[in-house]
Design a protein around this ligand. Structure first.
Ligand SMILES: Cc1cc2nc3c(=O)[nH]c(=O)nc-3n(C[C@H](O)[C@H](O)[C@H](O)COP(=O)(O)OP(=O)(O)OC[C@H]3O[C@@H](n4cnc5c(N)ncnc54)[C@H](O)[C@@H]3O)c2cc1C
Length: 488
């Protein structure tokens, strides 16, 4: 950096690396720098309380220049930077390690909407804007920002982009990466790269934006983004459909894509075990069908005409599906409250599984065509090798993304639960080996963080790992940007 705002002045500690005095950083961020243990605590533990770290300080910048100043200070003092948005990530990426030599950079106060261009269908927002607020701002402008996930009230667009989040509408609109046209980033050197271009076409060299999207804070700090907006749908209809098995569910997906086209916005699969857990733990939950089925599909259609048009399209699809035995029964939403009730059955699965006690989770993706065989053969292997465990399988079938989760046997004792936790490594290996054998990925939408960092490295080729290391070394030669995440 040509003009560092801070000089390097590490103080020698009694042992180990030099101690660092944050006085100069405190002076620059008075009131927005936390060092008290109780104040820092919420920033040092992740959402699932799986990881807790330590930090020199938590810094809360208000502007891009603030971020550049903080990163410059960290660089001068050889201090690691851990960017953090809403701290809802599920892979431990936003939690500092235990050395206590990192600064957590919370982007939450950078929450301004910079501009909306209705004709260009774009919005420029700062990284700390929550996903829900972004959706609301788009709606007020008569547009749709389609990224949607259960943590949307808390997660930030910076975190969504840094982890390339997915959610429930990827089938129609793509994941966070697909919704991003441009970025503003503070580099590891403390410089500001303004790439906030609202262009759908821009072939002027390497795509730097796509390097930072999905990099989980390991290459730079995203401070703002230019994002795509879409027309708002005139009507949305959901259908909850009983299907005999995942094979028929894939057949139904093909039929829905053929008949309904891009208006098909979501296509979710869930087993009867999942729905049973929701009925057990959510008082208002009701199966909307007369008879139970081994598997269900929840599909959503967003229509640009009206509700009647959407209903007619889904009814025609279902008629054919029942005839071809792809489906055995179905319920259609006829009001907003019914639409929400059907979606709740899907959205409450994670929490209901959590209410049963310890869980082992896998966020995997596979070619859609491989999913029926994968579910059948991996399920059989797990039942054989780990008898009694409950498979809680659901996910975004339209995107080939399964949440392939396990719970201990029903009525498990504390000793059973402890044994179950001890099986996590073996279960991970069993599931992930099968995923890779089927041409899949061991992290579909939650990123690697620390949770999947080492496992991912085990499955990647040396060529791929070396390319990733070369990118990291080029953009962050001092290894100060979220070290220990993504790459071993
Ligand atoms: C209830 C629940 C439901 C979820 N559902 C889904 C789902 O359906 N689909 C899905 O994809 N994910 C889901 N997630 C996880 C999802 O990744 C996060 O919710 C979200 O994308 C992370 O945003 P955040 O602001 O909380 O980021 P954080 O948790 O703060 O950070 C996540 C990662 O991004 C980095 N980061 C954060 N902000 C920046 C920045 N400005 N610049 C650079 N790096 C940054 C962090 O260092 C970390 O590595 C869910 C999480 C929860 C708790």
């Amino acid at each position: 950096m040509s003009d560092p705002p801070f000089r390097s002045d590490p103080v020698e500690g009694p042992q180990g690396p030099p101690a660092v005095d944050v006085a100069t950083l405190r002076a620059a961020f008075s009131g927005r720098l936390l060092t008290d243990a109780a104040d820092m605590a919420p920033f040092l533990t992740d959402w699932r309380r799986k990881w807790t770290g330590r930090a020199l300080a938590v810094v809360q910048p208000d502007t891009t220049d603030d971020v550049a100043r903080a990163v410059g200070w960290c660089r001068a003092h050889r201090v690691a930077v851990v960017p953090q948005g809403g701290n809802t990530g599920l892979s431990g990426g936003a939690t500092p390690d235990e050395t206590g030599r990192a600064v957590v950079l919370s982007l939450a106060r950078m929450n301004r909407v910079r501009s909306i261009d209705r004709e260009n269908n774009t919005i420029v927002v700062e990284a700390g804007v929550t996903l829900q607020r972004l959706q609301e701002e788009a709606k007020q402008a008569g547009r749709l920002f389609p990224l949607s996930l259960a943590a949307e009230g808390t997660c930030t667009i910076g975190g969504n982009l840094a982890s390339n989040a997915g959610g429930v509408q990827v089938l129609r609109y793509g994941n966070a990466r697909d919704l991003c046209l441009g970025l503003e980033v503070v580099t590891a050197e403390g410089q500001v790269w303004n790439g906030l271009r609202g262009l759908r076409k821009d072939n002027t060299g390497y795509d730097l934006r796509d390097l930072f999207v999905g990099s989980e804070g390991t290459l730079g700090v995203i401070t703002a983004a230019a994002l795509k907006l879409f027309p708002q749908p005139a009507a949305q209809v959901a259908a909850f459909i009983a299907v005999p098995s995942p094979r028929e569910a894939v057949g139904l997906l093909q039929a829905a894509q053929q008949r309904i086209g891009p208006a098909l916005t979501a296509f979710e699969l869930m087993s009867d075990t999942c729905i049973g857990l929701v009925e057990k733990h959510v008082a208002a939950a009701r199966l909307p069908l007369a008879e139970r089925s081994a598997w269900y599909v929840l599909l959503e259609v967003s229509d640009s005409q009206d509700e009647a048009h959407a209903q007619a399209a889904v009814e025609a699809l279902l008629e054919g599906a029942l005839e071809e035995r792809l489906a055995t029964d179905a319920a259609l939403s006829a009001s907003l409250s019914q639409f929400k009730a059907l979606w709740s059955l899907r959205e409450d699965i994670s929490e209901s599984q959590g209410a049963e006690g310890k869980t082992v989770k896998h966020d995997i993706s596979l070619p859609v065509s491989r999913i029926p065989d994968f579910i059948e053969t991996t399920g059989a292997a797990i039942r054989r090798e780990f008898p009694g465990l409950r498979l809680v399988v659901f996910g975004h079938l339209g995107d080939g993304n399964l949440h392939y989760n396990l719970s201990p046997p029903e009525g498990a004792t504390a000793a059973d639960a402890a044994r179950f936790v001890g099986l996590e490594g073996a279960l991970n290996r069993r599931v992930h080996d099968a995923v890779v054998e089927n041409g899949g990925s061991i992290s579909a939408e939650h990123g690697l963080g620390v949770l999947r960092r080492d496992e991912s490295a085990r499955y990647k080729s040396d060529v791929e790992l070396n390319l990733m290391r070369a990118v990291k070394a080029a953009l962050d030669p001092l290894n100060l940007m979220n070290p220990g995440k993504v790459l071993p």
